[in-house]
Write a protein that binds this ligand. Sequence first.
Ligand code: PLP
Length: 394
Amino acid sequence: MDFEALRAREAAHFLPVVNRHPLALVEGRGARVRDSEGREYVDLTSGWGVTSIGHCHPALVEALHEQAGTLMQTTNLFYTLPQLDLIDRLAALSPAGLTRSFLTNCGTEAVEGALKLASRATGRAGFVATLGAFHGRTLGALAINGSEKHREPYAALLHEARHVPFGDLAAMREAVDDSTAAVIVEPIQGESGVNVPPDGYLAGLRELCDEKGCLFIADEVQTGIGRTGRLFAVEHEGVTPDVMTLGKGLGGGFPVAAFLTTEAVADTVQIGDHGTTFGGNPLGCCAADTVLRVVEEEKLVARSEELGGRLHAHLQAFADAHPERVSGARGRGLFQGLPLRDAERAGALALRAIEAGVLVNLAAGTVLRVFPALNIPEDDLFPALDRVLALIAD
Ligand SMILES: Cc1ncc(COP(=O)(O)O)c(C=O)c1O
């Protein structure tokens, strides 16, 4: 397939809001993908944190194939077996107390649901979020995004929210008041550069929210499903939020997401408060249930912790050897960031890495974010990473 012909087709008809890399991907297996001209790449982004168990894991392909031939969609007025299996599994695996879930199609919708729930449960409408946070692009989620770049063009449409520095408990304490429905944070900020908060931050937020009578929402869309070396990142501090959102890696490549909550919060909603046509459809639920099963069977959470630890050490060793190029590595599990000092070089890195046969992402433009499939073979991970590090050192 001629890539230029594909590019011309998109230029004619796609809404021009995405600056794509110059390649079309046609196939994926495990941690590798192939483009329309037959070149192969190691994917260190797992499709942006989504293909948690690798591209086209055989168990996922088989389960979806079977489910697609059985039942794909009903209205949400009916019970379906895949949804029952998934909500049972989510309740069993989630931090104790998060026993109620609602399924959505993407992370943003899960965040929207979480915001509505907080407003319903508290009778309040204020939200406090963090600078640099990314929670999605619909109007509700955009209002709590902590990046001016995303909010500013739509400012007139947005509900007001407060933003405080991430990791700063004192600033959060100042911002939360009796109009606050919820505090929402990513346990580790993803889009703004794999920012890990100080120890005790999540536990401190939990305490603060209890004291102020507002909800604590943990947006685990990016950090959930083993990414950080725990099934959910809040487990690093043994914290149970009032609402937890999931997405991305939950479906392993199939669009499915969820928000989970407690019995106490669930008791505040009424029939008709929320709904969806596609959310929780049998295919999505089958995908998520299969991913969670594979993560458990293949012990991918422990692998994320162990391999992630070695990945971190590898990146840190590079940072120690090249202090003029990068500052120290940061992250947990298979969710690591390496900040580059030179924005211009960082801007060119993704394309240079593509030429070297590796897909990488630069979060916030300058932080090399390494978030591969949880089951990426070591023989793919380290050699591919070393090719990228050589480009940075060059
Ligand atoms: C923490 C977090 N929340 C929400 C979202 C939005 O998810 P989606 O793009 O599936 O709507 C993202 C996407 O990057 C995210 O990282």
